[in-house]
Design a protein around this ligand. Structure first.
Ligand SMILES: *Cc1c(COP(=O)(O)O)cnc(C)c1O
Length: 765
């Protein structure tokens, strides 16, 4: 691993004064969900928009002066520009001017939900995550966890929930995937050029960068702080690649999910401890700290230390206060996926903390152990997070159950169903994932307030979403067909360039233009190539696959995408298996693998397929969110009853594979479920799609699309999710935190003393 040179240059766009605020628009990633703003950049130069990887900042730095001058002279462009400026100002609460161009642009006028429903409430929440998926041009995410975090911020912004987020600014983006001629995955690590991304370096009044430091053994790690503006929500990203930091520690913000444990613990110290200090340095005083997965759990330790210092508390007292304001969301349903460190590594980095916190080494290590007395046990970040959070939740109802069982030993005296771990089911940020075509239908038929509807939770919501029924079937179907055609066009273009790069024959490249059929039933499967997701399950029965895809009157085609972890050869093997199969003459026109699955590829897939396929080995999928993106676009979900689908499925709004039975034998389960998925495809999916009325419309299919959009859309979105977090966790945690600290932290002292007495009496019983 190499460390990049420290960059100090920046490209300043010479934007003409008439369009000066293009820079403001580019610097607030609200453009990722404000279609008008995004179109402004695309319109400026469509090919540069593509060439920059959909990065408006880089675009403004490299666009030709003549093009900008042309835009100034274009009345239509200027009008759109002004509309976007006003909409952004209204959103940010900068003006209370009359709605622009009808009510739609006023959707998020200056008073969002939180300030209306909790006026004057001083709540402040800090949200920590190792990755954030906001837009394809910022490669600081790997997959589901990051996308969820990104969508969480966008909805918090839309709802006006006072939230500030913290993460790491990775020098190298998460890898770009490419496949060689044999279908084997290779990885490229592109540079994240912060100076040409929607990121601003936090500076002091004298212009020098704000810096935070963290002690490491015998040295100090220093980091500067970048700010990404996500609508109303600031996201702070720590960057250790500064001259004061020793070379060996700059890796702390080099690469997402390094496999090296020593680098990983330093990354997590930077995120947790450094993140706390960055918030403080910038004047944020959150009562509530939300840990999205265990990676950030060291923040709890730093918080205890600060509380001890500021309020003269002992460890137990400070811990009560820190826990009261701590929220932990776990995403891992399998013990093997939990982030752990050997005790020696913890000693190395936290040895000097034990004394300062007034605890013994054993007491400290016990914070991360299931069995405090077991000296051999590794230090688990999830257990640390659970022990320092007053509220812990899984990300679907089923995952809540699984988590209660998985962690029941932390509450040895409680029956499993009383283990205090609840669930808040994930969602997706609707405006980021609904295609522009489909968005038009929502706006037209559901009315301008349809987006606000999912968080009021009264009967009105259902009533608003029920208007999906009013969308004329033909209009819905034509809109969906247009999306499928776009997807096929995208897949062909991508396939051509992939094949060129792989160095195949020109004839084979040429044939890429003819793969797939824009009117055939299209099934999408895009996800990380981890074994439990069973990407190749359908390939177990190639004869049945051939019959399915090559049916002359009712053809079926598949689009695959997804990355394997760089060190997971098993996952790479699965990708190669698909590529090899897709090269057969009787399959090449029906199976395409799109390389480098990212937000951009996902947007095409989840809006253009007919079926979204999901085949995890139950119950290993904590929630899954791509199926929710699909549902919002009228794409039907065909999935094992795992994660969110276990609570969402009912006949008529999608398809289920298998039941809820548990299997002891994986191979047997695969065998049963491969049969089940083919049965569903042949007997339910294909007929529903291809049975057409006299008008050529698939009536049954359209009815299912509507049921899916209506009944799933209203629930499985991040507005509902963030509303739930706020209502059930944030407000209560802030309240409890405040009460424990009131009157010189009387509450905290009394509570800790009471618990101590109970523990002593318990010993006597
Ligand atoms: C939504 C999304 C994911 C997560 O989807 P799952 O259903 O959890 O697999 C991963 N990667 C990208 C690029 C996404 O858009």
């Amino acid at each position: 691993m190499t460390v990049r040179p420290i960059q100090t240059f920046t490209v300043t766009p010479s934007v003409p004064p008439a369009l000066a605020r293009l820079v403001d628009i580019a610097m607030n990633v609200r453009w990722t969900w404000d279609r008008d703003a995004l179109d402004l950049f695309r319109r400026l130069d469509p090919s540069l928009w593509e060439a920059t990887g959909h990065n408006p900042c880089l675009m403004l730095g490299s666009i030709g002066q003549d093009q900008l001058d042309e835009a100034v002279a274009d009345d239509g462009f200027v009008a759109q520009y002004e509309r976007v400026c006003e909409s952004l100002d209204a959103y940010m609460g900068k003006s209370v001017s009359a709605p622009v161009d009808g009510a739609l642009h006023n959707l998020h006028a200056s008073r969002p939900w939180f300030s209306k429903s909790h006026p004057g409430n001083p709540l402040q929440v800090a949200y920590f995550s190792m990755e954030f998926g906001l837009t394809e041009c910022m490669a600081i995410y790997s997959g589901g966890l990051g996308l969820l975090a990104g969508d969480h911020l966008k909805s918090a912004s839309d709802l006006g929930v006072p939230l500030v987020a913290v993460g790491l600014a990775y020098q190298e983006g998460y890898f770009r995937q490419y496949l060689n001629a044999d279908g084997w995955q290779g990885e490229l690590y592109p540079d994240n050029d912060f100076y040409n991304l929607p990121m601003t370096l936090e500076r002091r009044p004298d212009g020098s960068p704000v810096k935070v430091t963290v002690d490491l053994p015998g040295r100090v790690l220093t980091a500067q702080v970048w700010r990404v503006q996500v609508g109303r929500v600031p996201l702070l990203l720590l960057d250790s690649n500064v001259p004061e930091t020793e070379e060996r520690d700059r890796v702390s913000s080099l690469r997402l999910y390094s496999g090296d444990r020593d680098i990983r613990i330093r990354q997590e110290i930077l995120l947790g401890v450094g993140g706390m200090r960055a918030l403080e340095a910038l004047g944020f005083r959150p009562q509530v700290y939300h840990m999205n997965e265990g990676h950030a759990a060291f923040l709890g330790i730093e918080r205890v230390r600060r509380l001890m210092e500021e309020h003269h508390l002992n460890f137990d007292e400070a811990r009560e206060v820190a826990s009261a304001g701590g929220v932990f969301t776990t995403h891992t349903p399998v013990p093997a996926g939990i982030d752990k460190f050997v005790p020696e590594l913890v000693d190395q980095y936290f040895g000097s903390w034990y004394g300062r916190l007034g605890v013994s080494r054993e007491q400290f290590l016990a914070l991360g152990r299931e069995n405090p007395g077991n000296n051999g046990e590794q230090f688990s970040m999830a257990i640390l997070a659970i022990r320092l959070a007053g509220a812990t939740n899984g990300v679907s109802r089923l995952h809540g159950d699984v988590s209660r069982r998985m962690w029941s030993r932390l509450w040895p005296d409680a029956p499993v169903d009383e283990v205090p771990i609840g669930s808040i089911t994930n969602g997706v940020h609707a405006l980021s994932w609904i295609s522009a075509d489909m968005r038009g239908l929502y706006d037209r038929y559901l009315g301008p307030r349809w987006l606000d509807a999912s968080m009021n939770r009264d009967d009105d919501d259902r009533a608003i979403w029920a208007r999906v029924n009013d969308i004329p079937g033909e209009e819905l179907w034509r809109t969906h067909e247009r999306r499928r055609e776009r997807l096929i066009g995208f897949a062909r273009t991508r396939l051509r360039s992939q094949l060129e790069l792989r160095g195949v024959s020109p004839a084979e490249v040429e044939r890429a233009s003819e793969v797939l059929d824009p009117s055939a039933l299209t099934i999408g499967f895009a996800r990380r190539f981890a074994t439990y997701k069973r990407a190749t399950l359908l390939l177990r029965d190639v004869d049945r696959l051939l019959r399915l895809v090559n049916n002359r009157d009712r053809p079926v085609q598949f689009l695959f995408a997804g990355k394997a972890h760089p060190e997971d050869n098993g996952g790479k093997e699965l990708i190669r298996e698909i590529i090899r199969l897709a090269r057969r003459d009787d399959l090449r026109h029906r199976i395409v693998f799109i390389e480098n699955y990212d937000i951009n590829v996902a947007r095409y897939l989840v809006s253009g397929c007919d079926i979204w396929l999901n085949l995890p080995r139950r119950p290993q999928e904590a929630s899954g969110t791509s199926g929710m993106k699909a549902a919002l676009n009228g794409v039907l979900h065909l999935s094992v009853l795992d994660g969110w689908w276990d609570e969402a499925y009912r006949p008529g709004l999608g398809f289920a594979v298998g039941g809820r039975e548990a299997y002891q034998d994986d191979a047997y389960q695969d065998e049963v479920e491969v049969r089940s998925v083919y049965d569903v495809l042949e007997q339910e999916v294909v007929p529903a799609f291809y049975d057409r009325g006299a008008d050529g419309l698939p009536r049954r299919w359209i009815a299912m699309m509507k049921a899916s959009m209506r009944d799933l859309g209203v629930v499985f979105n991040t507005n509902r999710m963030v509303f739930d977090y706020t209502d059930r966790f944030y407000l209560k945690s802030a309240d409890r935190f405040g009460r424990l600290l009131a009157n010189g932290a009387r509450g905290a002292r009394d509570l800790a003393a009471w618990k101590q007495r109970i523990r002593e009496c318990w010993g006597d019983l």
